[in-house]
Design a protein around this ligand. Sequence first.
Ligand code: BGC
Length: 249
Amino acid sequence: MQIFGLDIGGSGIKGAPVDLDRGDLAQERFKVLTPHPATPDGVADGVKQVVEHYGWTGPVGLTFPGVVTDGSTIRTAANVDRSWIDTDARALFSERLGGLPVTVVNDADAAGVAEMHFGAGRDRRGTVILLTFGTGIGSALFVDGALVPNTELGHLELHGHDAEKRASSKAKEDEELTWEHWAHRVQKYLAHVEMLFSPELFIIGGGVSRKSHKFLHYIEGIKAEIVPAQLQNNAGIVGAAMRAAEKDS
Ligand code: BGC
C-alpha cells in the first residue's frame, strides 16, 4: 500500500509516495524551499506544489515542527511563524489539496514511529527515546513500542537555556562549534534526559545521523545505548505516511 508522506522542515518541504510495506519511498522525493516567514498560507502552497508534482489523489500524512494534537491542531511554533498556533492544520491542508484526507503529526514523533518500525528501534522494548538534532531538537518517547506523543524534550532547560538553543545542529552551525565541542553539549543534554527517563536506548536522528561517526565517539558516561537513526532524512516522510494509514484504516 502507498500513502503520501510530507516533511515540513525549517529549510524545506519534502515529500514522496511511501511504500508502507517496505517503509521506504516509492519514488524519488521532491522538495520545495520553506517560505520565510513560514506562515500557514505560504507553507500550504509549498505542500500543494509537492503533492501536485506527483498528481497524488489519495491520503496524505504531514509532519509539523511543533506540538500537534488530534492529528490536526497546532499548539506550538518554536521555529516557524507564530501565526500557526491554534491553526487547524488538517482543515488548512485538506482544503488546499482539494479535499484529500490529511493527518498531521509532530515531526520527531513521525520520525520515531518510522524508526521503531523499520529502523534503529525495531523490536526494542522498554523506554526508547529518539532525538532529532536539526533547526531545533525534537523528541519521541516510546514505552514498549507505544508512542507518548508531543514530549518536546528539546525545550528542557539546561544550564539556564532552552536546550535546543545550545545543542541543536543549528547551534553548532551558528556558533561554528567543532564536532567535539558540540558533542560535549549533546552529552550534557543526554545526561539530563537520562536522569529524567532512564531509557534503554537513545536513537540520534535528524541530519546529523548521517555524520554520527564524527561525534558519537566523543559522547561518554551515558548508560543507555546510543545509536544513529537508520532511515535518516526520510524518517519523517515515512512516519507521517504510517500515521495517515492508521487514520485511514
Ligand atoms: C519543536 C518540536 C519539534 C522540534 C524539531 C522544536 O523546536 O518545539 O515540536 O519536534 O523543534 O523540529
